[in-house]
Design a binder for this molecule. Structure first.
Ligand SMILES: [Zn+2]
Length: 255
């Protein structure tokens, strides 16, 4: 079981600040870069966007802590900034830490790799009303439920630490999405999500075709979903996300 260090917060009154101080300190001490496994460093407040980074491979991380488990959607920053960051490939990896308020223990720590985020999961909120200090400002939601499971990697689950090599392996499994443009990446993430819906490591083309209607709703302009599915499976095979067997089956594990 992991706990926040409460000695750090004697001088703080606001609960938000206390959590920020304890969780960032904890992540520096016990967390690690999910790409290379090295320790994380804190940005010296000159970079408000990301909270931590890896000196070794330069991956950047933003940390959000909550007493609630990771839900279907989370609040993001300004909508236009978020969209721009996805376009520029400057969005950080995202840590979600769920703590227990009663004893400041840590339940879950999940990382969402930046390459698993695409524009279709970002929705604009209503502009702030005229009475607000930042009237007209438009924030956003990040639709976590649209991200496939392989893009929600647990480092700690129900208080139990997951093997570091397993975490890094899972992160690297989708790393091929990193340099892709938003639209092709969105398609691949949708197909990965369909594969996960089958919930088995081996499957046939017909089984994936069963997801045709889900994909039609998401991509109404595409009139040949089945051909697209085959094309995407081919790409996933090229990147060794999955494998073809000689019996015409697909497998998530190497034969
Ligand atoms: Zn690193």
């Amino acid at each position: 079981m992991f706990f926040f260090n409460q000695n750090l917060i004697e001088d703080y009154k606001s609960e938000t600040q206390k959590i920020r101080v304890m969780s960032e300190s904890w992540l520096q001490e016990y967390g690690y870069c999910v790409r290379c496994g090295k320790k994380l460093k804190h940005f010296k407040n000159n970079k408000p966007v990301a909270d931590l980074y890896c000196e070794n491979c330069l991956e950047e991380y933003e940390l959000k802590s909550s007493k609630n488990k990771l839900g279907k959607k989370i609040l993001g920053s300004a909508y236009s900034v978020m969209i721009q960051k996805i376009d520029n490939n400057t969005v950080p990896n995202f840590f979600h830490l769920n703590y227990n308020k009663a004893n400041y223990s840590i339940n879950d720590l999940i990382v969402i790799p930046k390459h698993c985020m695409c524009k279709s999961i970002i929705t604009a909120r209503d502009p702030l009303p005229q009475t607000a200090r930042r009237a007209g400002w438009i924030g956003c939601y990040i639709d976590i439920s649209s991200i496939p499971k392989s893009g929600k990697i647990y480092l700690i689950q129900n208080g139990v630490s997951i093997d570091k090599s397993k975490v890094i392996k899972q992160f690297k499994k989708t790393l091929f999405l990193k340099n892709m443009k938003d639209e092709p990446k969105g398609w691949l993430l949708d197909i990965i999500k369909c594969i996960e819906l089958l919930d088995k490591s081996q499957f046939t083309l017909d089984e994936i075709y069963a997801c045709e209607n889900i994909l039609k709703i998401k991509h109404p302009d595409n009139h040949n979903i089945r051909a697209k599915i085959r094309q995407e499976l081919q790409i996933l095979r090229d990147y060794e996300y999955l494998y073809f067997s000689n019996r015409g089956e697909y497998s998530l594990d190497k034969y």
